[in-house]
Design a protein around this ligand. Structure first.
Ligand SMILES: Nc1ncnc2c1ncn2[C@@H]1O[C@H](COP(=O)(O)OP(=O)(O)OP(=O)(O)O)[C@@H](O)[C@H]1O
Ligand SMILES: [Mg+2]
Length: 360
């Protein structure tokens, strides 16, 4: 089901300001949307508005072209999974998952098949006849997911459903949820504050901050063309390096002394309107390479974090600014070595010094 939001806004009673404003968005049928943003930015508020658990202060919400603003949650054809799951304590795992289908008077064989399918995907087969109190928190969360999955809703809503799971299981569940989404093809809206989850799971990401949309697009767009400095810093780990500077005579000259680089012609064309003005230059840690002296800076390796396939170098410039550089794990580096680190000119991000909006 296609979900459309037009100028959606939310102001909680007793609050002075709007928590969310100007939310314009189209989620295509069968798409997996991730709503991402820091704590308090309004992710859950938006999801609950879609679910009908929060009223809509202004704007319109449509499911498949049908106005939903005043439709009761139970009539919206949604299933929702929260971070804090509530299972029926007196029912077994099996009966918890079967519950909604029984209420819908589904045939016994159909219920059994759907529950067993979900149990297999969620690795709950060994616990089907346990009570919620006898299984771990992670297993209970999987039961909550299973309970929502078996209903095959028009829209599947999830609010940080993996955040109570341990790291390994979370990674596994990420892949399983994506696979499951491919199988079921249900339009899904998934809330998280974890950029890795967003990047790995989403067809499209909606990044919110301060109740406003910062960017809406594919993970690829977020990584390669972040719309502003906030997005650039929020996405990617380790985070993008940002240098303050001025654009002058075809060159970016940094306040951090040693950095003076000549952008490519295409970038220059866009930067010309900023001649003599403050701009930010961003570059991702893996696009700085120990190399030639051209378009490079000299830095001393302060700390090396060896992650196996990758190593993260924390490099100090003369004025003590730290630059983060990611290199393949098998390269040889030593603490206190001094290198020329070269900017990959195909990977420069420029942002306006005033508005912080992307320039190139
Ligand atoms: N029922 C409510 N009444 C008044 N204000 C609320 C209510 N619920 C949430 N808020 C406020 O709205 C803002 C957004 O909250 P929301 O829970 O949507 O954030 P979030 O992005 O989901 O954060 P988190 O990542 O911590 O879950 C916060 O400032 C919060 O205090
Ligand atoms: Mg929340």
């Amino acid at each position: 089901m296609k979900v459309t939001m037009e100028n959606l806004g939310k102001k909680y009673e007793g609050r002075e300001n709007f928590t969310l404003r100007n939310i314009n968005l189209e989620i295509e049928d069968q798409e997996f949307l991730v709503i991402l943003g820091p704590s308090g930015c309004g992710k859950s508020t938006l999801l609950r508005m879609i679910a009908g658990l929060n009223s809509i202060t202004e704007g319109e919400l449509y499911f498949g072209g049908k106005l939903m603003n005043k439709v009761q949650p139970k009539d919206r054809d949604i299933a929702m999974v929260f971070q804090s799951y509530a299972l029926y304590p007196h029912l077994t795992v099996y009966d918890n998952m079967a519950f909604s289908l029984k209420m819908q008077k589904e045939r016994k064989e159909v219920i059994h098949q759907k529950v067993m399918e979900a149990a297999e995907v969620l690795q709950l087969e060994d616990y089907l006849y346990s009570k919620p109190s006898d299984i771990s928190g992670g297993q209970r969360q999987r039961v909550a997911l299973g309970r929502a999955m078996v209903r095959k809703p028009g829209v599947f809503l999830m609010d940080e459903p993996l955040s109570n799971l341990d790291a390994k299981l979370r990674e596994h569940m990420r892949v399983e949820l994506v696979r499951l989404h491919k199988q079921l093809g249900t339009t899904s809206i998934y809330v998280t504050h974890d950029q890795t989850e967003a990047m790995t799971m989403a067809d499209k990401i909606l990044l919110l901050d301060g109740g406003e949309i910062q960017q809406f697009g594919t993970p690829n767009e977020f990584y390669n063309t972040p719309a502003n400095l906030f997005v650039a810093r929020f996405i990617g780990s380790p985070t993008m390096n940002i240098f303050d500077g001025v654009y002058q005579n075809g060159r970016f000259v940094s306040d951090n002394g040693a950095i003076d680089i000549e952008p490519k012609d295409a970038d220059k064309e866009l930067l010309n309107a900023h001649e003599g003005k403050k701009v930010y230059l961003g570059i991702r840690p893996e696009r700085l390479l120990a190399g030639s002296k051209e378009n490079s800076f000299k830095g001393r390796i302060d700390v090396i974090e060896m992650l196996g396939k990758e190593q993260v170098l924390y490099v100090k410039l003369d004025d003590d600014k730290e630059v983060i550089i990611s290199q393949p794990g098998h390269y040889k580096y030593e603490i206190d070595e001094i290198h020329d680190f070269e900017f990959d000119l195909d990977a420069l991000h420029f942002f306006d010094g005033e508005t912080t909006k992307r320039i190139n």
